[in-house]
Ligand binder design. Structure first.
Ligand code: COI
Length: 357
C-alpha cells in the first residue's frame, strides 16, 4: 500500500467529555475515527478520518459468521508539558500484521497506520485525559466485510481505529487482583490462534471468566491446553512470578500472546540487573514455592492493565495469598517506571516513546 492522502470530515456534534478522574475502561469514545477499505486487486484505499459513528455492514459480512478479525490495543499519554506520546506503536503494528498472517488478512502498512493514528489523535487531542493513571486507549481493528457465506478468506476488509479515554482496567485499580486458576476450559494450543490478537480467543475465554467472576475472582489464569499443567497467561495479561529472587515468565510457546508490555518489562528487569527468565513454569512449581514461602510476588502485564499485582491465586482447593495480598516491590517499581516513561516523567533509555506532535 502506498502512502495515501487521508481525508477528513469534521464532526459537527462534538460530544461531552467525561471527567478525567471518573473514567472506567472503554465506555466512551472520542469524536472521530479512522477508517480505510481493502478490496482485492486494489489493496487498501480511501483512508479517512470521519465523525465517530455506527458502521453499516451487510448481515452476510464474513466477520459475523467466521470471526475473521484482528485487533490491537495501545495508548496515548499527555505529558506535564502538554506533549502527546505513544508507547512503542511500531510493535503493535508488527503484531497486527502477524495476527493478519494467521487470520489470512492482507497486511497493512504499519508506518502509514501510525501516521494515520497520529493524525486522528491530533484531531481528538482534547480527549486525552490528564488525571493520574489515565490515558487515551487506542483500538485499531480489521474486519472481513465481504458478504459471502463460504468459508474462505474475505476479499473486502475495513481497518478502523477508535479511541477511548480510560482509567484503570480493573475495578481494583492498581491494587492486587485475585485470580482463579482455570482447570476446566483452555484458551489456546500451540498451532491454534493463541498468539494472534483475534476476537475468537476472547470470546472463548468468556465462560471461564464469568464463572470466576461468580466466585469474586477478577480473571482466570490459563494453563496449557494439552497437559493442563504449565502456565500460559491471565485473561487479558501476560503473567510474571518472583520466586526466591528470580523473576519468571512463561516462554513464548506458540499459544501465548506476545505482549508489548511483557517485552518491555523483560527489558526493564534486565536493565536493572535483575534475574529474569523466560521458561516453562508449572502451577505445581508455583504451589510448592508458595508452600516454602518463596513465592514473593506475582503480577500481570498488558497495555490495558499496565502492571497489575496479583494478591491471590485459587487453584483447585489451594488458596495462595501472595505478599499478604499487597503490591510487591518489583511490581511497584515496574508500574512507576513504565508509566513514568509513558508519561515522559522518567528517562526513556530504550527510545520507546514517540511524539505525536
Ligand atoms: C490490551 O491490553 O490492550 C488488550 O488488548 C487486552 C484487552 C482485551 C482489554
Amino acid at each position: 500500500m502506498n502512502a495515501q492522502t487521508i481525508t477528513f470530515k469534521e464532526s459537527t456534534q462534538k460530544k461531552q467529555k467525561p471527567k478525567s478522574d471518573q473514567l472506567g475502561f472503554g465506555q466512551v469514545f472520542t469524536d472521530h475515527m479512522f477508517i480505510m477499505d481493502y478490496t482485492e486487486g486494489q489493496g487498501w484505499h480511501d483512508p479517512r478520518i470521519v465523525p465517530y459513528q455506527p458502521i453499516s455492514l451487510d448481515p452476510a459480512s464474513m466477520v459475523f459468521h467466521y470471526g475473521q478479525t484482528v485487533f490491537e490495543g495501545l495508548k496515548a499519554y499527555l505529558t506535564e508539558d502538554d506533549q502527546v506520546l505513544l508507547f512503542r506503536p511500531e510493535k503493535n503494528m508488527e503484531r497486527l500484521n502477524r495476527s493478519n498472517d494467521r487470520l489470512c488478512i492482507p497486511h497493512i502498512d504499519g508506518e502509514f497506520a501510525i501516521e494515520a493514528l497520529k493524525e486522528l489523535i491530533k484531531k481528538d487531542r482534547e480527549w486525552i485525559p490528564n488525571a493520574e493513571g489515565t490515558s487515551l486507549y487506542i483500538r485499531p481493528f480489521i474486519i472481513a466485510t465481504e458478504p459471502f457465506l463460504g468459508v474462505a478468506p474475505a476479499k473486502h476488509y475495513q481497518f478502523i481505529i477508535i479511541m477511548s479515554p480510560v482509567g484503570s482496567y480493573y475495578k481494583e485499580g492498581i491494587r492486587p487482583v485475585k485470580i482463579l486458576v482455570e482447570n476446566q476450559f483452555v484458551r489456546a494450543v500451540s498451532g491454534g490462534t493463541g498468539t494472534a490478537k483475534t476476537g475468537g480467543n476472547y470470546a472463548a475465554s468468556l465462560k471461564a471468566q464469568q464463572l470466576a467472576g461468580e466466585k469474586e475472582y477478577s480473571q482466570v489464569l490459563w494453563l496449557d491446553g494439552v497437559e493442563r499443567k504449565y502456565i500460559e497467561e491471565v485473561g487479558s495479561m501476560n503473567v510474571f512470578f518472583k520466586i526466591n529472587g528470580e523473576i519468571v515468565t512463561p516462554a513464548l510457546n506458540g499459544s501465548i500472546l506476545e505482549g508489548v508490555t511483557r517485552n518491555s518489562v523483560i527489558e526493564l528487569l534486565k536493565h536493572w540487573g535483575l534475574k529474569v527468565t523466560e521458561r516453562r513454569i508449572s502451577m505445581q512449581e508455583v504451589k510448592e514455592a508458595h508452600q516454602k514461602g518463596q513465592l514473593e510476588e506475582a503480577f500481570g502485564t498488558g497495555t490495558a492493565a499496565v502492571i497489575s499485582p496479583i494478591g491471590e491465586f485459587l487453584w483447585e482447593e489451594d488458596q495462595m495469598k501472595i505478599n499478604n495480598g499487597e503490591t510487591g516491590d518489583v511490581s511497584k517499581r515496574l508500574y512507576d517506571t513504565l508509566t513514568g516513561i509513558q508519561k515522559g516523567t522518567e528517562p526513556d533509555p530504550f527510545n520507546w516513546v514517540t511524539k505525536v506532535n
